[in-house]
Design a protein. Sequence first.
Length: 587
Amino acid sequence: MQKSILDTILSPADLRALTPEQLPVLAQELRRFIIDIIATKEGHLGASLGVVELTIALHYIFNTPSDNLIWDVGHQAYGHKILTGRKDIFHTNRQKGGISGFPNRAESIYDTFGTGHSSTSISAALGMAMAAGLKGAHNRHHIAVIGDASIASGMAFEGLNHAGVTDANLLVILNDNAIGIDPSVGALKRYLTNVKKGTAREENIFEALNFSYFGPVDGHDLNALTEVLQELKKTKGPKFLHVITTKGKGLALAEREQITYHAPGKFDATTGIRVAKDSTPQPPKYQDVFGHTIVELATLNKKIIGITPAMPTGSSLKYMIEAFPDRAFDVGLAEQHAVTLSAGLATEGMVVFCNIYSTFLQRAYDQVIHDVALQNLPVIFCLDRAGLVGQDGGTHQGVYDLAYLNCIPNLIIYAPSDEIALRNIMYTAQQGLDHPIVIRYPRGRGVHINWQLPFKEITIGKGYNIIKGKKTAVVTLGSIIKNVLTAVNEVNASCSVYDMGFLKPLDTALLDTIFTTYDHIITVEDGSKIGGLGSSVGDYAFAKAYKGSLTILGIPDRFIEHATVEQQYAEAGISVASLSLLLKNLA
Ligand SMILES: Cc1ncc(C[n+]2csc(CCOP(=O)(O)OP(=O)(O)O)c2C)c(N)n1
Ligand SMILES: CC(=O)[C@@H](O)[C@H](O)COP(=O)(O)O
Ligand SMILES: [Mg+2]
């Protein structure tokens, strides 16, 4: 059988040997290859399909990896991976032991900078360009490809602001498809739309920032792309190229339903139709419990406001945005702004639910301390995707929140053991607390089919005994209790199980009882072992001169890479099997 052009590309050097006429054929093959693999292996789809031509053009014109190419977020880098020697292992994408779903420096010399969180590419590329300048390597090019949602983030502006006063050999390419995961929002989006329509009356803002501006260019026209990139190669200093693309390009359904096809799960590679989900009733996703409960509460409490930074679908705040468009806001890809905006709203007595994925709140750490906790403003943070998140891997793990929040005064920190507890703590929090509260819950589904029960108030700072046993107490919090209870039942362990619920305030009265009752305490959490529940219990045990032994289980002091959540639990020693083994040995 005759080899496809794609089969002959083992590295960008092979790509650069092609004639310009061969490039559109390669684009077709590359698109097909991505679709065929992602249809069964799952992953991010729309973003990579949208940059197929741009990816080919960049590796064709620039001398990668000597020229540095950085993909912002990195969820659109599948074509880049395939063209840079990873075609044969692309089917292992996002699986344990396989390649990462994001650029990763440990994986390839072509992945010049690890990404996953957005809006870092301009700063990183500028750093590389400045270093090259200092080393006298003035001919090397440094390219940041950033999306229209990601460029609206503060960090991207910080990079542009600095780059504009340098002579760095930096090329920023705006891949403008007018959508993030959800449609892009904000004044910048409006401006970019006007630029595309030729109706922008303002001075070009990128030129105003001292960038040489090129575009807008059709990002699916390989001739236009290669031509403009050649031109850019000859232009010195900071340059900006505005490329217009369609997310999901080449798969009709993905073009039409861009939100769904950002990461569609399994689908038919020919039709694009998604594989039907099991129709038997299932417990709800935690995100939907949040999304529907906030609508219920907002109906009763007119002061409730909902905030999300660019994740209305992922957080399910979209339900409130639909129901109460004047009280629920997608503020764009801007976690820092989301937190301080929430603080501002709280100063005026609004009851603000600020929903941010655990991993993305890392961006707004100072805002949590300086703008919320220090001023003791009762913002209600809902941290979705807390704990281990599975295939997104190391960049997206929500395992640091308990530790990085534990040390902040004034914060209440709660991890519901199930979706009913999530609902009840949301109800409790909106009644008015004296402090800000962080509610952290995992990716995925809860455990109850009937979860929409009447609200019950939760007592702040109170933990509970769930199972009574002898000698050993297992002390836990959050949804990981499911693994603990399953393990206890499986091995018929004669231990007690405590659901602390709150990391802060810690139920020290309950701990006092536990210290006097048990010789051995095991803490279990799906957060970093350092600084979370185990650390707090350990500190308190030390202060109380507890004579028994303490075993702390949680996420070890290393990054947990992509795998299924179950595999990641096993790696951390908190899977049902690992807990069963531990409890069995105790018995
Ligand atoms: C700091 C941060 N917040 C949120 C996200 C989640 N996220 C991943 S992709 C994405 C949208 C990116 O949109 P855009 O930059 O336009 O790229 P596109 O998907 O359109 O290629 C968001 C919000 C993230 N990765 N990082
Ligand atoms: C690339 C990125 O950051 C998002 O697309 C993320 O993968 C979403 O995660 P969920 O699938 O958990 O919403
Ligand atoms: Mg976009």
